[in-house]
Write a protein that binds this ligand. Sequence first.
Ligand code: HPA
Length: 268
Amino acid sequence: MSKNAEALAAQIKAVAGDAPVRLGLILGSGLGHIADTVDGTAIPYGDLPGFPHAGVSGHNPNLVIGDLEGVRVAVFGGRSHYYEHGKPDAMRLPLEVLRALGAEMMIATNAAGSMRHDMPTGSIMCLSDHINFSGLNPLIGEPTDARFVPMMDAYDPQMRAGLRAAAKATDTDMTDGVYAWYSGPSFETPAEIKAIAMLGADAVGMSAVPEVILARFLGLRAAAISTITNMAAGMSDEAISHNHTKAMAPIGAAKFETVLRQFLRNLS
Ligand code: HPA
C-alpha cells in the first residue's frame, strides 16, 4: 500500500469515522444518485490529493462513506476513464485507499452497449468475465512480482452468486455476460462490434476492466454490473451518443439499485 493511500485513508477516517468499510462501489454514468442515498459523509474528490477529476458529465465526483442497507460502504461517485488522459491506472490510488479503509469487496458499475438482442436497452448484465480489447493494462510499470495477477475468477463467484440471489429475490431480470473493454472515447464501428461479438463478448464499454484488474492486484474481491444503454453499433437503428447513454442509464440504474440494496441487506 502506498504511503499516499495510508495518509488519505487517515484523512478520510478523521472526518468519516474509524469503522472499517466493507465494500466499495464505483458508480458509472447515470448511477451517481445512489451516492446521495448513503447515510454518511461526502468528501469532494478535490479535497483528496491524487484523486481523479472525474470530468465526465453524468458523474458525481464525491467519495461518500457511510451506511447503505446496514453495510458500511465507500461510494465513488465518479471514476477516471483511460480516454480522459491516457492513464490506465488512474483509479489505482482510489482503490488503494479503499483497501486501506478496510474494504474486502468492490463493485464497479458502468454503462455499456449490448451485442445480444435478448439483452436490450434497459437491461442489466452481471459480468462473468471480460475481454481486454484495448490491450492496455493498469499494472504496466508495476515493479513487483505482484503484477502477475491471476485473472481466473476475476469476477468473484461468491459475490456473483450473491448478486444473482438478490436479483431473484427482488424479481429483477439480470443477465450474465462477458464485457469487452474498448478504450473510447469514440464509440466502436459496426465492424469492431461484429469482431468483438465473434470473440465472445456480450457487451462493450469504456471502463470497469482496469478497475477489476487493480482490485484483484490489491486483494479486493470484485464484481461488476453493466447497465445497457443501447444496442452496440450496427446492431439496431438506435442512435448512439453520450446524451443517449445518460438518458437511458436510469432504466438499468433503477434495476441495479434494487439488486444492490437486496445484496447489501443479505450481507448485513
Ligand atoms: N460502447 C462503448 N461504451 C458504451 C456504449 C457503447 O455502445 N454504451 C454505453 N457505453
